[in-house]
Each structure stands twice: as structure tokens, then as C-alpha cells.
Unconditional design. Structure first.
Length: 471
């Protein structure tokens, strides 16, 4: 699929490197190949008669090992350089390249490539053209060699004549005839097709960036809405906390009042119970006293009847029995007087006991009324306390629900923020890709213009001139 590199099998095979762009960045890239390109394309390189006779070739193997071949010429000297490295697909359209070693045919040396790993991003791929850009914005363009035959590229000779040592090699490189108009038209047509492909990719990236921008705006509105709801939920939770604190304070005061009332009620109940015991004791004492008084009255009645019988018998009895009757009458009269005294004392005690009993009963009734009032007040306070506890339990439930809702809103807000950051990063990436594709379109357009200039130059000149492969 155009633009997607998912596996090394898509890149396997031989590639040719075309006109490396951003030449001024080559020295900053830290890559040996790019530094060589920068050197050979600089004014110093031209002064030293440096050139690249043919395009560098890149061989990518199935296991990720790569081999870059370059032919270098400076003056009458030449060398063949091979750069070995390993690549792997880090993620779709992301390639990591780990340098291995550098081999020079002229020096008969193989040295380790002392450079760091490069992170490359695939900005264009259609199976025939591969465009890579690294983190320093250095762009590499590779084409499949079967797209065009490399031997028919026009070569430009330097003003100075080559040395005899290199004349044979130059002739070998320029053995084919110069390209004709059909070749240039095909070259320019293919570059135009690549531009059209890149324009389509550019439009897709712009559309995706626009979609991401719209989604980002929607998510920003959603974040604002959730922040408002979360703020409201936070204020509501704080209100529940304050309400619960006030209710706890009122409940504590009510519990204290109920406790005090409970103590009062208990004291009244104890006083009533004590008075009840006293009244019961007085009632028992009154009953016992009435029983004794009844016994005393009955004894007095019996003694009076005895005295009367003794008086009647003494009057009719013989004279010699009178002393006995008189003694019995005296003893009964004395006992009767004692009984009468006891009856009088018992009556007085009964009257006093009845008065005390009546007083205690009045106190008992008063205390009972007060105790009932205290008990009623205690029942009212305890009912209020129970209602307050139920209200506190309901308020605690509302607080837990508010806290759960607040936590849920915070979680949702965090998820939306993460989604917003992802969309924002994706939008920025698409915009970066838009800039990258625009830059690549500019590079290819520059190549097309250069090709047109070369075509015009070929038409206007009668002498075949060697031209560098990247021009």
C-alpha cells in the first residue's frame, strides 16, 4: 500500500540514491554517508575536483542487513566505499538504522562506523520510490534501479582533462549514448507523477489534520463541559461535607440534651419509686395499726362486759365472795384503763399515719406527674436524636454518591484530556507530515526543473558534457 511500510520484505532489494536534499544539514547529521555527500557537493569539493560518478546503490536484505556502495573520485584518484548497517521496522513507517562498519577498497581497510543510531521516518513509499527523513530533517530519496537504466544518465565533464589513469574508467562510465528527448520526457513525466502522488498524500494529510483539528475542538469543548460539571460536583460534595458537619454538631448537642434529660428522668423515676415504697410502707403500717386498734377496742369491750358481770354476781353472791369479785373487778378495770389508753394512742398514731400517708401520696402524685413529663421529654429528644441519626446516614450516603460522581467525572475528564493530547499530537504529526510532503514536493519539482534544464542544454549543445548524477 502506498505510504505504508510495515515489514522489511517491502524494502528488500536494490535501491539507488537520488539527489540528497538539504545538503547544508549533512554535516549536522552525524552520518558518514551524508557527510561525504555534503563534502562532495560543496564548493571545497568542486575545488578539489571531487565527484560521484554514479549514484550510490543500497542493497537491503531480508534479515535487515544493508550495504551501501559509493564510487568516489577526487582528481586522478578514486575509491569504492561500502557502508554496512542493520535496519529494522520499529513501528509502521518508522525505521531504526544501526551503523556497522565502513570498508575502503583503496585503503584495504574495514573500520567500525563510529556514529549513533539513526531514527528514520518514511514520508513516501509506493514500491518504486522511498523517501526517508531523520530527526534532523535530512531527507534521503531512493528509487528502484529498474525504473530507469542508470547508464543512460548524462555525465558532465570537468573543465580540466582527466588524467590518463582515470581516462579508461571515464570512458567505461560514458560508453552509452546520451539520452534522447523520449528519455527526458519519460523522466520529467515520472517526476510529475511523483508530484501528483505526493499532492494526493498532501491532501490526505491535510484532510486528516482538519479532521483531527475538528475532533480536538470537540474534545476541548467536552473538557470544558466536564470541568464545569466536575467543579459543580466538587462544590456539591463540599456542601454535603459542610452540611454533614453541621448535622453532626447538632446531633451531638441533641445527644447531650437527651443524655441530660435521661438523667433527669432517671432521678424522677428513682424519687417516685422511693416515694412509692414509702407510701406502701405507710399503708402497711396503717393497716397494722387499724388491726391493733380493732383488737384493742374488742379487748376493751370484753373487759367492760367482764366488769359488769363481776358487779352483778357480787351483788347477788354471798358476802364472803365479795373480796374475790372486788379483786377481779379491780384487775379488769385496771386492764380496761390500759386498753383504753392503748386505743387512744393507736387512734392518735393512726391519725398521724394517715396524714403522713396522704402527704406522701400527694408527693408521689406530684413526682409521678413530673417523672411522666421528664419521660415524655426524654422520648421526644430520643426520637429527635434518632431522626437526626437517620438524616446523618442519608447525608453520608449523599456525600458518598457525590464523591463517587466526582471521582467518576475526574476519571472521565482525565481520559478525555489524554484523548485530547493524543489527537493534538496526531494533528501535529499530520501537520509535520504536510510540511515534509511539501518539502519533498519542492525537491521533486526542483529535480523536474533541473531535468528540463538539462534537456534544454542537451538540445542547445553540440558536445556531450558529463553531468553529475544528482543534477
Amino acid at each position: 500500500e502506498r505510504g505504508s511500510v510495515l515489514d522489511l520484505s517491502q524494502l528488500e532489494g536494490e535501491w539507488e540514491m537520488r539527489s540528497p536534499s538539504e545538503q547544508e544539514r549533512g554535516w549536522m547529521s552525524g552520518d558518514v554517508l551524508r557527510m561525504v555527500f555534503s563534502m562532495y557537493q560543496s564548493g571545497v569539493g568542486k575545488m578539489l575536483r571531487m565527484e560521484l560518478p554514479v549514484a550510490p546503490k543500497l542493497l537491503i536484505k531480508q534479515d535487515g542487513n544493508t550495504e551501501m556502495k559509493m564510487h568516489l573520485r577526487w582528481g586522478d584518484k578514486h575509491d569504492s566505499i561500502k557502508l554496512f548497517s542493520t535496519i529494522q521496522i520499529a513501528e509502521p513507517n518508522k525505521i531504526s538504522a544501526k551503523p556497522g562498519s565502513v570498508r575502503s577498497a583503496a585503503l584495504w581497510l574495514t573500520l567500525p562506523a563510529l556514529q549513533r543510531e539513526r531514527k528514520l521516518r518514511v514520508t513516501f513509499f509506493d514500491g518504486e520510490v522511498l523517501v526517508l527523513r531523520d530527526e534532523k530533517a535530512v531527507v534521503d530519496i531512493f528509487w528502484r534501479p529498474h525504473v530507469h537504466v542508470r547508464s543512460d544518465r548524462p555525465q558532465r565533464q570537468e573543465a580540466a582533462q582527466p588524467s590518463p589513469a582515470s581516462a579508461g574508467e571515464d570512458n567505461a562510465l560514458d560508453s552509452d549514448a546520451a539520452p534522447g528527448a523520449e528519455w527526458w520526457e519519460a523522466e520529467i513525466g515520472e517526476l510529475s507523477a511523483k508530484v501528483e502522488f505526493l499532492k494526493q498524500a498532501l491532501e490526505e494529510q491535510r484532510e486528516q489534520a482538519s479532521v483531527d483539528g475538528a475532533e480536538r475542538g470537540m474534545l476541548r469543548g467536552e473538557i470544558a463541559r466536564l470541568e464545569t460539571i466536575a467543579e459543580t460536583a466538587t462544590l456539591e460534595a463540599k456542601g454535603h461535607v459542610v452540611t454533614l458537619d453541621v448535622m453532626d454538631s447538632l446531633a451531638n448537642k441533641l445527644a447531650e440534651a437527651a443524655g441530660a434529660q435521661r438523667q433527669k428522668s432517671s432521678a424522677k423515676d428513682e424519687a417516685r419509686a422511693q416515694l412509692q415504697d414509702e407510701v406502701s410502707s405507710l399503708q402497711e403500717a396503717s393497716l397494722e395499726l387499724e388491726d391493733q386498734l380493732g383488737k384493742f377496742i374488742a379487748r376493751g369491750t370484753s373487759l367492760r362486759e367482764q366488769v359488769q358481770v363481776f358487779e352483778d354476781q357480787r351483788q347477788v353472791g354471798p358476802r364472803d365472795s365479795w373480796p374475790g369479785y372486788l379483786s377481779a373487778i379491780t384487775r379488769s378495770s385496771t386492764e380496761l384503763a390500759e386498753v383504753r389508753a392503748q386505743v387512744s394512742g393507736a387512734k392518735k398514731a393512726a391519725i398521724s399515719l394517715k396524714k403522713e400517708l396522704a402527704r406522701k401520696e400527694r408527693q408521689l402524685r406530684s413526682v409521678a406527674v413530673a417523672a411522666e413529663a421528664e419521660a415524655f421529654e426524654r422520648a421526644v429528644l430520643e426520637a429527635q436524636l434518632e431522626d437526626r441519626k437517620q438524616e446523618i446516614a442519608a447525608q453520608e450516603l449523599r456525600l458518598r454518591e457525590a464523591e463517587a460522581s466526582q471521582a467518576s467525572l475526574r476519571s472521565e475528564l482525565e481520559q478525555v484530556r489524554c484523548q485530547f493530547a493524543t489527537v493534538e499530537a496526531r494533528e501535529a504529526e499530520h501537520r509535520d507530515q504536510v510540511l515534509a510532503v511539501q518539502s519533498e514536493i519542492g525537491d521533486i519539482i526542483a529535480q523536474a526543473r533541473a531535468a528540463q534544464e538539462l534537456q534544454s542544454a542537451e538540445k542547445n549543445t553540440s558536445t556531450t558534457t558529463r553531468r553529475k548524477w544528482w543534477r
